[in-house]
Design a protein around this ligand. Structure first.
Ligand SMILES: Nc1ncnc2c1ncn2[C@@H]1O[C@H](COP(=O)(O)OP(=O)(O)OP(=O)(O)O)[C@@H](O)[C@H]1O
Ligand SMILES: [Mg+2]
Length: 654
């Protein structure tokens, strides 16, 4: 048999090493920077914003493939610098390494226009501030001639990829490319509410966002760009500003970096985070900005997602627009040719700040914002108790924002402990002695009806099918899933007990309550073994399960708040979870899962008849419990049906 033959490589002729021609270098750079028309739009709008534009107009033909024109009213380019703008590595934005390390402009690489000019027909028309006339530079021929134009610059890019047809084949339909272009401008628009934007396609106005000013500029822009739903279904995030500073210090996130305001956190985070209900199946409404630049960053995405951990389950994607600001020297933007990625000097610090900011915004119960969310851009209570000086100066009622009910009740407790501050003339609309004690009583689970107080979740009316509580509030009807709501309340209570530390800084165990009559149940050998092996872990959880016989276990004690639940089911589920873990790490690692399981079995079951008092007590507890808008599995616990919606149901005009 013949041995197989392999083709023999022909000897490669050695070629001399040469420098590449400028054009080819630019085309290689273009391969990294320009993927599709939207990349050109991004670069040109970046340049317009760097030039101080207040209005940017984008015109497109055929999804941007035939023409992209971006016009601005910025400070323009001097005629004798026009040719330079198209040169590789020519920029007005940085001059040395120090500038690069603290860059605050969108551009700095000095290659975008050169790259674009190498793969399309480019022209720049510009009139610099202080000049009498405008000049047009043809990027292909280098011809320069005077033309008429007001201050600012228009860059036109025609026939993208005309010289690299292979690349052109990768483009999708015009409609898809247009959508990408619009998204590119949207990213800029969210980052710069103070600048007006307009997008035209084939002579038709596709989007227009007018410049916004004033305190609500960002909210207005978010509404204009992402729609009313986003604004109405999101909560203001604010971390690291003067208001939130004391809170950051308390949580150990404050960091006195050189250059940062004394005592202010090194990282500031603001914007809006969607409520869990607003989550989507795709991650298409997640906008993160670092020092004004839109970025896709794993640290930020993870931090934001982890803030939803406890309220959003499964594969739902939260929506948010978050703006992160930190010292320019603490973030490296020179990581990726398109600058969409950044590298943080201390990513842990940024992760913590973002997570904390979003978590805080989500924690406060939203019951009292039924109206406020849409009416005003309300910020919920930020989680810190008022200090004596806050109260006497009235500054705790920040910018007249309504305080959330959890905040109200906690303040009431604070006032109870500081009677000197309870003066009638404290200037605070909600500080009235009568209310204080009522709020306290309600928190203690002692329902009291008071005409004076308007409870956000209203007054209980009835129970429906043993599942729902119906209540009446100022807006109309409130429907509460009683098991889901109670489950969250119990879960949060268990969590805070376990997270609390004693005066020596040791973690607390959950207070348990012996059962009058131990509950025994037939157990598997594995369950018995687990109960014996995990006595300490169970004690930390406030649970006592001891073997009664070789095949029987007895539940002897449970946390007080779970005493009404199904002891057998609870014991079985906890043992099943414990069996999967190593005893030494179980509480630290699986704490929340364990507590959530316990809460699920400890919460009121369907078909338990509740008295009106019990229903009201549950509503009051919801108002005072963090994250009570979702159950432990991320489902909503309550819904508002407004009078308007009820009227519509009955075709009733008003
Ligand atoms: N719309 C504009 N208005 C005023 N000057 C502009 C405008 N567009 C470009 N320029 C000038 O042309 C130069 C080159 O622009 P180009 O986009 O190629 O590089 P860059 O913005 O400096 O850096 P990068 O490659 O990171 O974008 C800029 O530095 C700027 O001085
Ligand atoms: Mg640029």
């Amino acid at each position: 048999m013949n041995a197989p033959t392999f083709p023999v490589a022909s000897p490669i002729s050695r070629r001399a090493i040469r420098e590449l021609p400028d054009d080819l270098i630019s085309q290689i750079a273009a391969g990294e920077v320009v993927e599709r028309p939207a990349s050109v739009v991004r670069e040109l709008v970046d340049n317009a914003l760097d030039a101080g534009a207040t209005q940017v107009t984008v015109r497109l033909l055929a999804g941007g493939v035939r023409l992209i024109s971006v016009a601005d009213d910025g400070n323009g380019i001097l005629p004798d610098e026009l040719a330079m703008a198209l040169k590789r590595h020519a920029t007005s934005k940085i001059a040395n390494l120090h500038d690069l390390e603290s860059v605050s402009t969108m551009g700095f690489r000095g290659e975008a226009l050169a790259a674009i000019n190498s793969i399309a027909a480019c022209s720049i028309l510009s009139r610099a501030t202080g000049q009498n006339s405008a000049f047009l530079l043809d990027g292909q021929t280098g011809e320069l001639r005077p033309v008429a134009r007001g201050n600012g610059t228009t860059v036109e890019v025609k026939e993208l990829f005309f010289s690299t047809p292979a690349r052109r084949k990768f483009l999708k339909t015009d409609a898809t490319e247009l959508a990408h272009c619009v998204e590119a401008v949207r990213r800029h628009a969210l980052g710069r509410p103070d600048v007006g934007f307009a997008i035209w396609h084939e002579g038709k106005l596709v989007e227009q966002w007018r410049a916004c000013t004033g305190d609500n500029a960002l909210e207005q822009r978010l509404t204009d760009v992402l729609g009313k739903d986003f604004a109405g279904q999101s909560i203001a995030v604010n971390f690291g500003s003067a208001d939130a500073r004391s809170e950051a210090q308390a949580s150990g996130l404050s960091n006195s970096q050189p250059g940062s305001r004394s005592g202010a956190p090194a990282v500031r985070v603001w914007g809006r985070a969607g409520i869990p209900d607003a989550a989507r199946s795709r991650a298409d409404q997640q906008y993160c900005y670092v020092n004004g630049r839109f970025v896709r960053d794993k640290v930020l995405a993870h931090a934001a997602r982890s803030a939803y951990e406890d309220v959003l389950h499964g594969h739902r994607q939260p929506v948010y627009a978050l703006f992160i600001e930190l010292d320019h020297a603490r973030v490296d933007v020179n990581v990726h040719p398109t600058k969409i990625e950044v590298r943080f000097r201390d990513s842990r610090e940024v992760h913590q700040a973002v997570r904390h900011a979003v978590e805080n915004a989500l924690a406060a119960p939203r019951a009292n914002q039924v109206d406020a969310v849409t009416a005003t851009s309300d910020t919920p209570w930020d989680g810190h108790l008022p200090t004596a000086s806050d109260l006497s100066s009235g500054s705790f009622f920040i910018q007249n924002r309504p305080l959330s009910l959890a905040g109200y009740v906690q303040s009431a407790i604070f006032l109870e402990a500081n009677p000197a501050l309870r003066a009638e003339d404290s200037g605070l609309p909600w500080v009235r002695p009568a209310q204080t004690s009522t709020a306290l009583a309600a928190l203690e689970g002692e329902p009291q009806q008071s005409e004076e107080i308007v409870w956000p979740l209203g007054k209980a009316l009835a129970q429906l099918q043993g599942i729902y509580i119906l209540a009446e509030n100022a807006q109309g009807l409130i429907i509460v899933d009683m098991h889901a709501a109670h489950e969250r309340i119990v879960y949060e209570r268990l969590k805070s007990q376990l997270q609390a530390t004693d005066h020596k800084g040791q973690p607390q165990t959950i207070a348990s309550q012996p059962l009058l009559i131990p509950v025994t149940f037939a157990a598997t050998a594995e369950e018995v073994a687990t109960a014996e092996a995990h006595v300490e872990a169970l004690a930390t959880l406030g649970v006592e399960i001891t073997p009664f016989s070789a095949r029987t276990l007895a539940v002897r004690a449970l946390p007080g708040s779970l005493a009404d639940g199904d002891a057998t089911e609870l014991a079985r589920s906890v043992l099943a979870e414990l069996a999967q873990h190593d005893a030494s790490t179980v509480i630290a690692r699986a704490q929340n899962e364990l507590l959530s399981t316990m809460a699920c079995h400890g919460a009121v079951r369907a078909n338990r008849r509740l008295t009106l008092e019990e229903m009201n007590a549950l509503l009051r507890q919801m108002e005072a419990t963090d994250r009570s808008d979702q159950c432990n599995h991320g489902r909503p616990t309550w819904r508002q049906v407004s009078i308007k919606e009820l009227d519509a149901l009955f075709l009733r005009g008003r």
